[in-house]
Write a protein that binds this ligand. Structure first.
Ligand SMILES: [Zn+2]
Length: 81
């Protein structure tokens, strides 16, 4: 069976360094179409995977980072509900 149109697309990102291992030109942008359209970057050196940094994701990530730091230093976790 062939699903050529839904195969993940991989494209090297020139001039981009991996956020994890800092290797230059080792990061590919991966586009998947199944089960639902998605896009992320993957480092071919260390295998690090990261979502594309659009503004919402960055905000979310910052919040997570802050939560992690808070948890690590004080042991307090805040749930806003
Ligand atoms: Zn890497």
């Amino acid at each position: 069976m062939r699903y050529q149109s839904t195969r993940p697309k991989r494209q090297f990102l020139a001039g981009v360094s991996c956020p994890n291992c800092q290797t230059m030109d080792a990061v590919v942008q991966v586009q998947v179409f199944e089960p639902e359209p998605d896009e992320y970057i993957e480092c071919t050196q260390c295998g690090h995977i990261e979502r594309r940094p659009d503004p919402d994701d960055i905000n979310e990530k910052n919040n997570l980072a802050n939560d992690a730091m808070t948890t690590g230093t004080t042991g307090t976790v805040k749930f806003l509900k």
